[in-house]
Design a protein around this ligand. Structure first.
Ligand SMILES: [Zn+2]
Ligand SMILES: [Zn+2]
Length: 235
């Protein structure tokens, strides 16, 4: 992931961590997949603990290593409880195996019906499969298996024409280039502007309304940004 995308992911993670006392477990207020805190970003699911470890330790080269919880609480976000585990054995990507797994969970109907995802534990309404320690969105797989040449790990997003997020009917799916944060109010603000807002509010004592106007967001959102606890360990 490029550094600029990491900033967006960092923001998203920050917004869902309940920062507690120094040594206690910090609660994750976002989604969980198989007991692990997970965040949905740029069309993909990511394990939160891995990125918290990376941000907290400024170590962005942990790709080949597992991040474990010393507190054994998989949902914990306290960076002091995160340690590097053993090396991940990179298994080879096996599309046939993945296809079999995928087909076992999709309810294939007529060309017009929504093909719903039968496996439970939807993430944000989307179906997913774990394969080789990677989480794959069900509808992305549906698109992948019906469109030769589509790179499943690409940045392009697969959207639904129907309103059913777990639907895997390829006729209801279309591809779109990744326009960052489309339809997402928070995405109007970059990491840089968030810092600018904090500076304007705390240092220059400019009112929320004025700042809100300048950035084209609501005063409530400015309040949210300035009130939110900072990750002091990131500074
Ligand atoms: Zn913990
Ligand atoms: Zn559908």
């Amino acid at each position: 992931m490029a550094t600029k995308d990491l900033k967006g992911l960092e923001e998203k993670i920050l917004n869902h961590v309940h920062v507690g006392k120094r040594d206690e477990c910090w609660k994750w207020e976002g989604a969980f997949v198989q007991g692990c805190a997970t965040v949905y970003h740029e069309g993909k699911s990511h394990y939160v603990s891995r990125y918290i470890y990376m941000f907290a330790n400024k170590n962005f080269r942990v790709k080949e290593r597992a991040v474990r919880h010393s507190c054994r609480n998989k949902g914990c976000c306290n960076p002091r409880h995160l340690v590097l585990g053993r090396d991940l054995v990179k298994a080879t990507f096996d599309p046939e195996k993945l296809r079999k797994k995928y087909l076992a969970y999709v309810d294939i109907g007529s060309a017009d019906d929504c093909w719903l995802w039968k496996k439970g534990g939807l993430n944000n309404g989307y179906g997913f499969i774990m394969h080789n320690r990677t989480s794959y969105m069900a509808h992305r797989l549906a698109y992948y298996f019906s469109h030769e040449g589509f790179d499943i790990s690409s940045d392009k997003l697969v959207f639904h024409r129907c309103k059913e997020r777990s639907c895997c009917n390829p006729n209801h799916l279309y591809l779109k280039d990744n326009i960052r944060g489309e339809n997402n109010m928070q995405a109007k603000l970059t990491w840089k502007s968030v810092q600018e807002i904090r500076q304007m509010y705390f240092d220059e004592k400019i009112s929320k309304t004025k700042i809100a106007k300048k950035f084209g967001v609501s005063p409530a959102e400015i309040l949210y940004i300035v009130r939110r606890r900072l990750w002091d360990w990131l500074k």
